[in-house]
Design a protein around this ligand. Structure first.
Ligand SMILES: *Cc1c(COP(=O)(O)O)cnc(C)c1O
Length: 368
């Protein structure tokens, strides 16, 4: 088996998705599963669809097109505003997109008319996190323009919180979104079938009894993939936080001093923090580095400590354990580490339907 490799437990991802589908269905909420951290992986998408999610959300047209090829008729939502230069591809491959720019809406409509199809639109509303979204005061005007466009269907409203400034949802902001939807329905005599309240950052609000009102969809990535909510990175009860594990191989091992010596300057990636002398300690060098993963987002096996990371090496203190050359060590990942590992061409992706054993058949160090 090659290393480094990202081991992906499809059974755990299926469990997480099913559990959330059931819990949210009880509150009248459907899930758009966001697979962007997996680069739109077709096998993962299939598992999530089988678990009952209503559709898939992706941020890039390339992954939307690939999912259209691999997963047939599943509803696909482009969750980043379409690029003006890509509207033809968006209309051809995605059922729906999240939008906040009138100029883009006009281009999407023209492309849909050209292709003899219709394209669904969720208008994104800015509710305080200050990434994408229409300011509430502009919503009426943009809706009026949209309703004149022959190629588009207005499916509803959405908002995105938590990603840019860490502003989470509340009864107040979710209530405002629902109020805006009701206002548009009254003003224009239309029905808005979807109110998409946000992403995994909405789960603490929802699961702690938030007022759902008209919210009937969430777009969930991190909660399904990593079993955590992004605002405090707390585990969500009943979900696996270890569906992904990164395995690296030891290429140097043995005791070395803990205090570097010689003429001191910066390391390869900036200043070196907290030099201290703890005598000679057993340490290992792994063939795993910043080209493969965001090292600050790794969780290490109990007792081990990360001493440093550069492009192609991690240095670990093993906590006294005499881990040998050729041994494999397994790590948990946060969202940033997962995204980097999925994106790295050097990391093999190993999909498994069940538990993992090392080359010798033994439980891998750090593997749960
Ligand atoms: C990434 C993203 C999501 C999913 O976010 P998670 O925190 O991973 O659940 C939802 N909506 C939009 C617009 C996004 O960009």
């Amino acid at each position: 088996m090659s290393s480094p490799r990202l081991v992906i437990r499809l059974d755990r991802l299926g469990h997480n998705a099913r559990s959330l589908v059931e819990r949210l269905a009880a509150r009248g909420i459907s899930i758009t599963a966001v697979t962007k951290a997996t680069l739109g992986s077709a096998p993962i998408a299939s598992v999530l669809v089988a678990a009952g999610v209503a559709g898939l959300g992706e941020s890039r047209i390339e992954t939307i097109e690939a999912l259209r090829q691999s997963n047939g008729s599943v509803p696909l939502t482009l969750i980043r505003s379409p690029l003006p230069s890509q509207v033809e591809r968006v209309v051809a491959a995605a059922n729906c997109s999240l939008n906040s720019e009138p100029a883009v809406l006009a281009l999407l409509s023209a492309a849909a008319v050209d292709q003899g199809c219709r394209h669904g639109v969720l208008l994104m509303v800015e509710l305080g996190d200050l990434r994408e979204g229409i300011m509430p005061r502009q919503l009426d005007g943009i809706t009026a323009e949209l309703l004149q466009l022959p190629g588009l269907d207005l499916l509803g409203l959405g908002t995105n919180l938590g990603c840019q400034n860490g502003i989470g949802p509340s009864d107040a902001s979710m209530g405002q979104l629902c109020e805006l939807a009701r206002g548009l329905e009254l003003a224009f005599g239309i029905a808005l079938p979807m109110v998409s309240g946000g992403n995994s950052a909405n789960l603490p609000w929802l699961l702690e009894g938030g007022r759902v009102d008209r919210i009937n969809n969430l777009r969930l990535g991190e909660a399904i993939l990593l079993g955590r909510e992004p605002l405090g990175r707390r585990p969500i009860q009943g979900l696996f936080t270890n569906a992904f594990q990164l395995v690296g191989e030891v290429i140097e091992a043995g005791p070395k001093p803990t205090l570097a010596w010689g003429c001191a300057g910066e390391g390869a990636f900036g200043p070196v923090a907290g030099r201290r002398d703890r005598g000679e300690r057993w340490r290992v060098l792994l063939a795993l580095g910043l080209q493969d993963v965001d090292a600050t987002g790794l969780s290490l096996p109990a007792g081990m400590e990360l001493l440093g990371a550069s492009s192609d090496h991690l240095v670990l203190d093993t906590g006294g354990e005499m881990v040998a050359v050729g041994a494999e060590i397994s790590f948990g990942l946060n969202y940033s580490a997962l995204l980097r590992a999925m994106t790295s061409p050097f990391v093999a992706k190993t999909m498994l339907a069940g538990p993992v054993l090392s080359r010798s058949g033994a439980q891998l160090k750090g593997f749960s």
